[in-house]
Design a binder for this molecule. Structure first.
Ligand SMILES: [Fe+2]
Length: 508
């Protein structure tokens, strides 16, 4: 996005009658540009949106503080209906605290519903890039046709963030990120571009890792184009952890050290994401499952399937495992499962969209084994949710998924073992942004013979773009042929429609 001159910013403030903008800090040419991590917005409702930035003139500093001194800094912010900031609709000053790695989370309120806005920040005499954001439609209204894109899994070393850039090119109204926004592993020699430092454990480590990822201009473009709704998966903390149980003990940590690591991971997650202050971590837990309403058109039930799950059955991996059927097992945990079913029963919108992390539909291989880290390892929990939406008469349940580094489109079945069992919902799975490196053109559906409800597969990197109207959701699976060369085009590999009142995929 544009970097406007300081003069432009000042003129914008003057045009807004002066009184709205707090006194400026004095500009200093000696102060390096602090907006190296870009800007972001998120969590829109009908009258407000969160605006985010983090000051970090030297993002890769090992102390995680991005080159900022141990002092708090005043940050001015502005919201305008136009990208020229000819007049302001909201503005103010917020303190970027050293204790929060100089991140800010501004809840910009008093906005109009279903409206586009532009925002920017000023600190230490510098002006940030401009971000575009928008509000949700008013309660009870359907709003305009709505483009929502979603993505997951952006391992930095595996490639360039071309898919993020192509999402930005689409100018969606909303972006969902379903987890593995960062990866925790150490630098790998010989990779396309390298992680800074060893496997991340401390707060300084996590802060620096986010700063490295957020230095990427393609990721910055995706944040600057639309508000985001984010949920983490495992790699924001550590691979395949489950609740308080680690998947491995590498590096070896005591219980106290593991607790401290989780605290660091969740603190850094909050600091680096455009979340509402209510989503800040509380020690080593973070309150993230939530509903976000898009007028009467859609409601997003954003799940956290990592913090509250039972440990993976039968030691994780792909297994034939009777324990996976135990009724006592839950992936969201008891409280979140009840919260989800309660929300689904409220019929809050035309489309009930469940934004979550791991593969939802059943997928058995030829031996009957399935992925214990996914919903197949928590089958009773999945059955309670599916039957729960059937019992509550949920008209349009739509599950969105990340994690598996490939695109899938799945029909959800009341009984996956019975070919005549009705389709009772739909799942769209986005591929990775980069994880796994350059994909392949392969579209042969894995395990198709044992899972006829799985309708589409692609091994390209990319994202999913949806257009949501009262009559249907159109899903375009977007793919980029390369992530190891800059600038690949995105193409639509396949499109499906999901019709109002008729769960399941229609080929188009
Ligand atoms: Fe991943």
């Amino acid at each position: 996005m544009n970097r406007l001159s300081r003069r432009t910013f000042v003129l914008g403030g003057v045009a807004a009658a002066g009184a709205v903008v707090a006194p400026l800090q004095s500009a200093s040419a000696a102060v390096p540009y602090p907006f190296q991590l870009g800007v972001a917005s998120g969590e829109p409702d009908a009258s407000s949106v969160v605006l985010w930035t983090r000051l970090a003139p030297s993002p890769l500093n090992a102390d995680g503080q991005g080159g900022m001194a141990n002092a708090d800094v005043a940050v001015d912010w502005q919201v305008s209906a136009t990208s020229t900031f000819a007049s302001l609709v909201a503005s103010g000053t917020v303190t970027a605290r050293y204790a929060a790695a100089h991140s800010v989370h501004v809840v910009a309120g008093g906005l109009q519903p279903d409206a586009e806005y532009y925002y920017r920040f000023r600190a230490q005499g510098h002006i940030s890039p401009v971000g575009r954001t928008r509000t949700a439609p008013a309660a009870g209204t359907l709003g305009r046709d709505f483009v929502m894109a979603f993505a997951s899994c952006a391992h930095y070393e595996s490639g360039y963030y071309t898919a993020y850039r192509r999402m930005a090119d689409d100018r969606p109204d909303l972006i969902l990120h379903l987890g593995d926004y960062i990866y925790e592993d150490a630098a790998t020699s010989g990779s396309l571009r390298q992680h800074a430092g060893a496997e991340i454990v401390s707060l300084a480590d996590y802060r620096r890792r986010y700063a490295q990822y957020k230095s990427d201009p393609d990721l910055q473009a995706a944040h600057a184009i639309a508000p985001w709704l984010v949920v983490p998966d495992d790699h924001e903390v550590e691979n395949n952890f489950a609740g308080m149980t680690r998947a491995d003990n590498s590096p070896a940590l005591t219980t106290a050290q593991w607790t401290a690591r989780r605290t660091a991971a969740y603190q850094a997650y909050y600091e680096n994401m455009p979340l509402r202050p209510a989503n800040a971590n509380n020690g080593n837990s973070i309150p993230l499952y939530r509903r976000v309403q898009w007028g009467q058109l859609a409601v997003f039930h954003m799940l956290d399937t990592r913090q509250f799950r039972n440990d993976q059955a039968c030691g994780d991996g792909w297994k034939v495992c009777a324990d996976a059927d135990l009724a006592t097992r839950s992936l969201p945990g008891t409280a979140q499962e009840a919260w989800l079913l309660d929300g689904l029963g409220q019929h809050l919108a035309k489309w009930d969209v469940i934004g979550q992390q791991v593969f939802f539909a059943r997928q058995f291989d030829a031996s009957g084994a399935s992925n214990m880290d996914a919903w197949d390892g928590y089958r009773a929990s999945r059955a309670r949710i599916q039957q729960g939406w059937v019992d509550r008469g949920v008209r349009n349940p739509l599950v969105l998924t990340g994690d598996v580094h490939a695109s899938w489109a799945n029909n959800l079945k009341a009984d996956y073992a019975n070919a005549s069992s009705p389709v009772i919902g739909t799942e769209l799975v986005c591929t990775s942004i980069t994880s796994g490196g350059n994909g392949t053109a392969d579209t042969a559906i894995p395990n198709a013979a044992t899972n006829p409800h799985l309708k589409f597969y692609s091994n390209r990197r990319g994202y999913v773009r949806t257009t949501i109207t009262p009559a249907q959701v159109t899903a375009d699976f977007r793919g980029v042929a390369s992530v190891t060369e800059h600038g690949a085009a995105a193409t639509t590999l396949k499109s499906f429609a999901i019709l109002d009142g008729r769960p399941g995929l229609q080929s188009i």
